[in-house]
Design a protein around this ligand. Sequence first.
Ligand code: HEC
Length: 459
Amino acid sequence: MRHSLILWVVTVMIFGWHCSGPAKTDVPDKPTYAEHIEPIIRSQCVTCHHNGGTAPFSLQTYEEVKRKSKTIARVTAKRYMPPWPADPEYAHFINEKVLTKAEIEIIQRWAETGAAPGDLTKVKPYELPAWKSSIGKPDLVLPIEEVEIEPNMRDRFFLVKIPGLLSRDTWVRAVEFVAGSPDLVHHFNGHILMYDKGKKKNHQKKPYAIEITAGEYDSDFGKLDLLNDDGSKPYRLHSAVNYLPGVQGVAYPDGIGTFRLSGKFTVVGNDLHYGPSNRKTRDRSYINLFFTDKPPSRLTKELMLGTNGVSGITPPLLIAPNSVSKHTTRFQIDRDISLLTVNPHLHLLGKRFTGYALKPNGDTVKLIQIPHWDFRWQYFYTYPNPVYLPAGTIVVAEAVFDNTAGNPNNPNQPPKQVGERMEYGGASMRAGDEMFQFILTYMDYQTGDEKISLDNGKK
Ligand code: HEC
């Protein structure tokens, strides 16, 4: 592998869905909310459908679900809800949000037969913790500087600085970004800077948030006063915490990806992106940190194919107006790895995404397929067990882009040429420009890795 080009970075945590679907059941004549519907909604819907969640309404009570029963029956039958773009026939992931045929039928019948409540005393109430988290109770919460959102329908981008201080050496198991306004926060890409003793007198100086133009990077950390006092760069844990729409935090099992923090550190968001808003509000997002007593046994690393990554795109990502075009990126790995998580990333013109691996023995390993790309749901997909890929394996990603007027998501009507824009020394994050990335989180392979459950004890 071309080491100079590779982002060998430690990724601390990944995201995925929190729960998985209930077991298959037969369809009863008259299903009830308490017995049949509530368990489905709890495991498949409320991660987004709760007050303050990504979805526009809550589905946490019988009344709320009953009121929407007809629509729920319609959107689940069409598999529009829950959103799960990855094809479950191609590859499986933890916390998959896919309803079984039987579950869909139960919902249909429940709606048709009058949406009966059943014994509501049997329904366990939801706990609504003050610290919203899909991992658990955080050991440290770091608030992000409040951002004022204007109702002007414009994308806004910020560099943010979130200083922290620990009085003793601490092992960190996971880092999680929690969106204050999940309907507005579009993405967050965060790194952790660690200051060696005596290197920075005051790491808490303001400003804590600076508005930037789309895709602008503060690669030398100058604007937020992040450098060591002597002008050198502090150690940076790259991409330690990432967020995309609808994404929930999940930690790897103890010992995987854990890292040490001590003294002065700063989480730097490079960048925090708000989508267009039609309301005035203040966003209060924050970072949750989870500690552990166990030192790491395994480091996780990140490999990024495509835009800004280790492998080129063929043909180059320039998409002519009124065309549908297919692009490929491939990369040969030079060591045995255990693949943990994948994240396909395209923008609005994306139509289809396929990721697979060609082993030296000729076998193909199916990694992920997204038959109908949906810009809004870009999950970090974690495999139930690490996927072993031996040295010499070629990882391939293929993406199809639809730059015709027939693509309802096309931001340009009539269509115009779209591609990667590199004017800031990095790819533009602006939704109107395109990107093609396949990001892999992995660790160096050890015998027996295939048997590790990445579900963290959760089923
Ligand atoms: C990943 C987040 C997420 C999950 C999980 C999710 N939803 Fe949604 N849901 C949304 C969002 C966001 C919207 C509003 C935008 C839209 O309609 O696409 C929505 C809209 C809806 C609507 C309104 C659709 C319409 O046409 O008016 C219904 C009904 C619905 N969801 C039901 C469900 C049910 C039932 C489940 C579980 C089986 C579920 N959702 C799971 C995010 C989610």
